[in-house]
Design a protein around this ligand. Structure first.
Ligand code: NAP
Length: 271
């Protein structure tokens, strides 16, 4: 007998807006590669903030096994969950929900996803994180957990000070870009075509071969930030690689299967 939608295990990414998300293409390609496409589906659901809680609670009874949560719902996801992982509790944001026995369980794969995307361990390294929003919190928490020396710059200084008070790390107002082994852009600068060297305390000729530069923001093609870093010979990691790594960890939580990273990368990068 053919299975209908009620027999399927549904997954989704919930955001606002969400149409630009690469997650459905990436996760459906992974499900197909694992031979799960007949049983599992992954869709994008656009939900405004005031509808978020009602929509997620309804999903529990609609055959959903879980969901990724993206901007602007990562804080709300933590508040409505019945159970939180230790990571979520410490970071204060959730990006992965699982629904079982009528309960909502919240996890955060952004932190571990960032670490998996790095070419080398940041242990003992001086690191600069730009930003103090949800993504920056996960990044700072992950890097501190690995034993990195983390400094945090944010446009609104009070937010970087608050972040460091809660998680650790040192707030900085005038970072010296060339002195860091690793620089992570966890702001949304670049998302709408902003000039990173106008908005962030970095200069286009301030990178070097010994550095790694990560830009969480992704769009079509290489970001301006990573293009400049690459010219200087720095190792670069783009937002798609981080997306793939966090998505792979979410898929593993839901299905218990080992995610096919290369298939996910190819699907996430398809124009
Ligand atoms: P958020 O909570 O809204 O935080 C936005 C951050 O960007 C704040 O620190 C904000 O500074 C800063 N910012 C915004 N405009 C700026 C400007 N013109 N100049 C300087 N700083 C500016 O967002 P989020 O959830 O942390 O996400 C940040 C970015 O990471 C988003 O673009 C998101 O798509 C991306 N992201 C990617 C992945 C991935 O897997 N690749 C995962 C998570 C997030 P203020 O505090 O001063 O406003």
């Amino acid at each position: 007998m053919m299975s209908d939608k009620r027999d399927k295990k549904r997954l989704a990414v919930i955001g606002h807006p969400v149409t630009h998300s690469r997650s459905p293409a990436m996760q459906n390609a992974a499900l197909a590669e694992l031979g799960l496409a007949g049983e599992w589906t992954y869709e994008a659901i656009d939900v405004a903030p005031d509808e978020f809680e009602r929509r997620v609670r309804a999903m529990v009874g609609e055959g959903f096994a879980g969901a990724n949560v993206t901007v602007p719902h990562k804080g709300a996801a933590l508040i409505l969950a019945d159970k939180l992982s230790e990571t979520v509790r410490e970071i204060g944001a959730a990006n992965t929900l699982s629904f079982a026995n009528g309960e909502i369980y919240a996890d955060n794969t952004d932190a571990k996803g960032l670490l998996r995307a790095l070419p080398a361990s940041p242990q003992g390294e001086r690191v600069l994180v730009l930003g103090a929003g949800g993504a920056a919190r996960a990044v700072v928490w992950a890097l501190l957990g690995e034993g990195a020396h983390v400094e945090v710059w944010n446009r609104t200084e009070l937010r970087s000070r608050n972040l460091c008070e809660k998680l650790g790390g040192t707030p900085v107002t005038a970072p010296d870009g060339p002195s860091y082994r690793l620089i992570v852009n966890a702001t949304s600068v670049g998302l709408r075509g902003e000039d990173p060297f106008g908005e962030l305390p970095l200069s286009a000729d301030g990178f070097s071969g010994g550095q790694t530069v990560v830009d969480l923001v992704y769009g079509a093609g290489t970001s301006q930030l990573l293009a400049a870093a690459e010219i200087a010979g720095a190792a670069v990691v783009d937002g798609i690689e981080v997306l793939v790594r966090q998505g792979a960890l979410s898929l593993e939580i839901w299905t218990g299967r080992e995610p096919p990273l290369d298939v996910m990368r190819a699907a996430a990068r398809e124009p």
